[in-house]
Ligand binder design. Sequence first.
Ligand SMILES: C[S@@+](CC[C@H](N)C(=O)[O-])C[C@H]1O[C@@H](n2cnc3c(N)ncnc32)[C@H](O)[C@@H]1O
Length: 277
Amino acid sequence: MSWQSEEYAGAGSASGTDILGAARRISSTAATRIAKPFNEIAERLHRLRVIYYNPEVYSLYTYKSTGAEPEEYNKWYFNKLVWHETTWMGIECYKSVSDMWNYQEVLHDQQPSLVVEFGTFCGGSALFFASVMREIGKPFKVLSVDIDHSRLRPEARRDPDVIFMESSSTASEVADRIRALKKEYPGKIFAILDSDHSKDHVLAEMKALRPILSSGDYLVVEDSVLNGHPVAPGWGPGPYEAIEAYESEFPNDYIHDEEREAKFGFTWAPRGYLVRA
Ligand SMILES: C[S@@+](CC[C@H](N)C(=O)[O-])C[C@H]1O[C@@H](n2cnc3c(N)ncnc32)[C@H](O)[C@@H]1O
């Protein structure tokens, strides 16, 4: 078998690569055998380059986006109750998993010392935040507040890094507790609102946090997806409308982390990824 007749023919379209240049200078049968896999790799790389850098060929090989997929997926995810069956370490966690991944990335970037969650439910989300924070490895505390802890799972309650507080999130003792923890765990705060999803309540939560949060702190207003943004159109004014109302009253408090919000195509906190200015 000669290099020129067989090996070279198979790799002709990949000419110009260093691998082929080197291979062509080798003429023994043994060297040809060694060169063959390299030729195949070069050929494949060449084909990929043709596909990805040539718009006409690219369109033949790739799916044509309509632009509607993220919203359709969002609606499908909501209507199918995927979130209802989502767990963290076996405990219910009513979130979209792409938002959870975003939170993990925010926590890693921001390295807060205090996580404040309004809306505990079973404790899955509080446990998720504590798990991520433990991996980060700096001293921290999670404060999770709920008006009703009857559904809080014992496995979550045992977590040594989470304080579960049974109270309405807007009660003054909650603000006092956050202030005390802020002194004990100085640094940034990551706060997430996931309790009563009515406009008035979320607005009251945002206002309660206003004198507590400082520049660089992170606030996620969850479930702004409700009331037709784009799911549950009949919900009524909810978190999305609370963000709008808050921003019309305090337009300079927060910067929208739009890149983060858009990262996974859809989120359940549209307009709700906020960094304190
Ligand atoms: C959507 S669930 C929280 C889900 C949880 N964060 C998770 O990701 O799995 C909402 C929770 O908010 C609580 N809640 C309702 N009104 C509240 C209030 N005024 N203050 C604090 N919690 C409240 C409910 O008891 C319920 O457990």
